[in-house]
Design a protein around this ligand. Structure first.
Ligand code: FES
Length: 189
């Protein structure tokens, strides 16, 4: 008996010699798997849209932005600095966007940073005429150099921002807070 003749008389050996046809169950799995891949591809941009503000606002993690070299800041003289950084949303990256302003005050290697946004209604805080504190031009709120509210309608102190020194550069964890309330509640940057 030849090999061909042996296979014709033994159906099991024929089945082993050729690739199996996919059964109904295998086809169903294939269709479900393909559907999941397609749904995942559609969901990816939506997920990044939801996550992007959290990353850029830094409500969970810090967003450190380099603002100035320590040696360029005079001692105990408040300086206003602009916060410029890239902003990314789900689809676009905007380079060097002006995000806001802050006041910084250096004392040795320590740097205090305060938001320049008035907690009352959001006007831009100026240095007081006597340079002993800060003043809001809109409704006359006044603050000490440490940011403490001392007069006017501001419901809270100026908002402090965390700082750190990296290779001689001052970096700020830039955040924004809701205005008009005593509680310091962060809003997306
Ligand atoms: S906005 Fe500053 S006191 Fe009103």
């Amino acid at each position: 008996m030849t090999a061909t003749e042996r296979n014709e008389t033994n159906p099991d050996r024929n089945a082993a010699a050729s690739p199996p046809e996919p059964g109904p169950r295998a086809l169903r799995r294939l269709v479900i798997f393909g559907g999941l891949c397609y749904a995942g591809a559609l969901a990816a941009p939506a997920a990044s849209f939801v996550l992007a503000p959290t990353k850029s606002a830094g409500s969970a993690g810090a967003r450190w932005i380099r603002v100035a070299r320590l040696v360029d800041l005079p001692e105990r003289v408040p300086r206003r600095l602009q916060i410029i950084a890239d902003r990314r949303d789900a689809f676009t990256l905007t380079r060097d966007e002006l995000l806001g302003s802050i006041w910084v005050l250096r004392s040795g290697d320590a740097v205090r940073a305060l938001s320049a946004v008035c907690p009352h209604l959001g006007c831009s805080i100026d240095l007081a005429a006597d340079h002993q504190g800060f003043a809001c031009p809109c409704h006359a709120s006044r603050f000490g150099l440490d940011g403490a509210a001392v007069a006017g309608p501001s419901p809270r102190d100026l908002d402090p921002l965390a700082t750190r020194l990296v290779d001689g550069w001052i970096e700020i964890d830039f955040r924004r807070y809701r205005q008009g309330i005593a509680e310091r509640r962060e809003v997306p940057t």
